[in-house]
Design a protein around this ligand. Structure first.
Ligand code: HEM
Ligand code: HEM
Length: 227
């Protein structure tokens, strides 16, 4: 066993704020995005001019999109320059064979209940780091670039179209980009199911209070370096 630490402050306030703002934005963007794709609520009878249903859902999508973008940029800044040991990009080296080796394999085995002793990290474990890189970093980057390109279509020749418009021909047109942005949205429920399984399972199996750590900042009984 590695060194046991009774209580350690892992997630600083900026990271916790980022987490919950990001979670809220993603849920709102998913729901409003699905409404844009398939409006469930049809307007009651009357003159169409009085019903701004779709306009409201699209407006909400864009309001939360810009909060989401600002929050994402803040987290990038914090990962690169934040001076926060557990929230930096520092330890994340998926290109290195040592990273993919034993620690990664052991963590996957433990998630699948194929081993009894539990690796127990202070910050993100290697599987969590990879999941966040693929789903949250790459996923958000794609959703932001494609979203801003589609948003730019509102104002041809404007700021967004000039900066991000290249995404539309790259993906073969506006319709296909809508479709791929839509497919990208479905990454969210897949990620959330895996994420909640992982964090709640940690609490149940190793009692390190991982789940509440993203609210309080503290984890309990964690090992500095699992062996
Ligand atoms: C987690 C992030 C996001 C999710 C889950 C999401 C989801 C969706 C979905 C499902 C659609 C409907 C696509 C279709 O079938 O036509 C959509 C449309 C759209 N989204 Fe997003 N989106 C996200 C982020 C963004 C961002 C950051 C922007 C940037 C402004 C954005 C801008 C747009 C635009 C412009 C449309 C097209 C609206 C229209 O054609 O009326 N989205 N989004
Ligand atoms: C849409 C919903 C959610 C999304 C998109 C999401 C996303 C994330 C991301 C990106 C991180 C990494 C944080 C960072 O390093 O900046 C994270 C960590 C974490 N999240 Fe969530 N989260 C969601 C919901 C939740 C919920 C509902 C809970 C609690 C019940 C939760 C508990 C945690 C915990 C405990 C961590 C730290 C995990 C660790 O020790 O490595 N998350 N989440």
């Amino acid at each position: 066993m590695g060194r046991i630490i009774e209580e350690i402050y892992v997630w600083r306030l900026p990271v916790r704020f980022y987490h919950w703002i990001n979670a809220l934005c993603m849920v709102v963007l998913f729901v409003t995005g699905m409404y844009i794709a398939a409006p469930l609520l049809s307007p009651p009878l009357g003159e169409a001019v009085w019903y701004k249903g779709m306009g409201w859902w699209r407006y909400m999508h864009f309001v939360f999109a810009f909060i989401f973008i600002a929050n994402f940029l803040f987290r990038l800044y914090w990962a690169l320059f934040g001076g926060d040991k557990y929230a930096r990009f520092g330890g994340f080296r998926p290109w290195s064979p040592s990273w993919w080796g034993k620690p990664f394999r052991e963590q996957v085995e433990s998630y699948l209940f194929l081993r009894t002793d539990e690796p127990n990290y202070v910050g993100h474990n290697p599987v969590a780091a990879l999941a966040h890189f693929v789903f949250i970093f790459c996923g958000s980057t794609f959703m932001i670039l494609s979203g801003l390109a589609m948003y730019g279509e509102n104002n041809p020749g404007g700021f967004n179209e000039t900066l991000f418009g290249w995404m539309i021909p790259l993906f073969g047109g506006s319709y296909t980009l809508h479709f791929i942005h839509h497919l990208g949205a479905w990454m969210l429920p897949i990620y959330v199911i895996m994420h909640l399984y992982a964090v709640i399972r940690h609490d149940v199996v190793d009692r390190t209070s991982v789940t509440s750590s993203i609210i309080t900042g503290f984890k309990h009984k964690v090992e500095e370096e699992p062996v």
